[in-house]
Design a protein around this ligand. Sequence first.
Ligand code: NAD
Length: 499
Amino acid sequence: MVSELTHFVHGRNVPGRSGRFGDVYEPSTGRIRARVPLADRAETEAVIADAEEAQVAWGSWSPQRRARVLLRFLQLVEPERESIARALSAEHGKTVADAHGDLQRGLEVVEFAAGIPHLLKGEFTDNAGAGIDVHSLRQPLGVVAGITPFNFPAMIPLWKAAPALACGNAFILKPSERDPSVPLRLAELFLEAGLPPGVLNVVNGGKETVDTLLTDPRVAAVGFVGSTPIAEYVYSTATAHGKRAQCFGGAKNHMVVMPDADLDQVADALIGAGYGSAGERCMAISVAVPVGEETADALVSKLTERIAGLTVGASDDPDADFGPLVSRDALDRVDAYVALGVEEGAELVVDGRGLKVKGHEEGFFTGASLFDRVTPDMRVYREEIFGPVLSVVRAADYEEALRLPSEHEYGNGVSVFTRDGDTARDFSQRVNTGMVGVNVPIPVPVAYHTFGGWKRSGFGDLNQHGPDSIRFYTRTKTVTSRWPSGVKEGAEFTIPVVR
Ligand code: NAD
């Protein structure tokens, strides 16, 4: 049966009124699971109005009282981990084990955000001038919005919502229309945890919904994660309407493999980081850069062996290494990129196309593909494929290997595998990307550091989670005060300076 999803506004599940819906699929079977309402401008404006009203009281709560709601939320999620992971896996297509990881990485940011009172303390200088003290405080922005992608339907909404709420804002989430059930459930749990109605609203929708959030003057800031063209659009539209914006986009993450690296470790790392979640991760490794022909030959042979042992299956198959892609469009796009690579002259070592999973013939499956001898001029190298396709670009030496990720238009994550400390350090210092792994294939920073790519992987000045999230979700007020107030100095006509 196809269920009809709702919005979540003022603590209630609210049916859509626009008359427009999107289909939510089960990628393993190709069946439609649910219909999600797509909010129009009027519906979205009503959501904003509700959040604006709710924020006033929430913003006046003490930071610790707000943090308690997050702590309670963490407790309420505990017994639901399995059911959330299963719902997430069914709508997204990633395995249940991977869906647990998606939720867990989100919860880690909620844990971080529960400690935000400590980071909201502001600064104080006594006796900055004669009898004058100066203090600065961080105040919430008001209503902020988060627009999130399909590929981490628990993690990214939580990365955005938790710090925003802990800082005293009301948060409006516009999740991906492809897998909105988990974000809706998380919002219900926040309500149960004591979040006042309206402080976290979920509005489902597409472009009209997003455009309303980007242009309505009551929304003070927008956090976005998704593909680069939309990230750029959201950033320019939001900032043109006077909002703060941080918008994270696509990626082409390289792994540089030095000749001294442990190639078995490298091959295992590449298989997990390249094909895990069917390559639908912004931190997936999609380009391997072995240094030297000998390293390249050995690596390609080890990868080929391992790919032959991979199991692709339904998302609830406990033996599957990865599941289907999210949609038929995604499947067609990925297969078309494999065909393009062949046309462009890359060597297709393993062709994953045309894979059928028994009992799931209509699912959106494709197997792992491996290209060797990819060159930087090819579109399969320059563009994000977002599927289980790994390209090997052979580099003659370290400097050439370092140049590849540094000069690529995307700059999300990069990794180097080596046993040499000098190389690792030099690489980390000089490479032109936002996040670096040394013998770590997916260098997603822990919650109390910040996450963000460079170049066309990120638009805006501040990163997600960690201390940057507090800077993003608050504004600083600085108070200069003199006590006792009765000091008599007469009028001053020049600007006050420190004496
Ligand atoms: P997407 O850009 O299609 O959608 C992201 C969000 O934008 C969704 O909520 C969607 O409804 C909305 N949207 C889509 N088209 C829009 C339009 N024309 N106008 C306004 N809003 C629109 O991205 P996706 O396919 O859901 O996610 C995959 C992409 O996200 C990949 O490119 C991946 O690399 C990227 N991603 C980046 C990061 C990161 O941190 N850099 C993390 C995860 C995913």
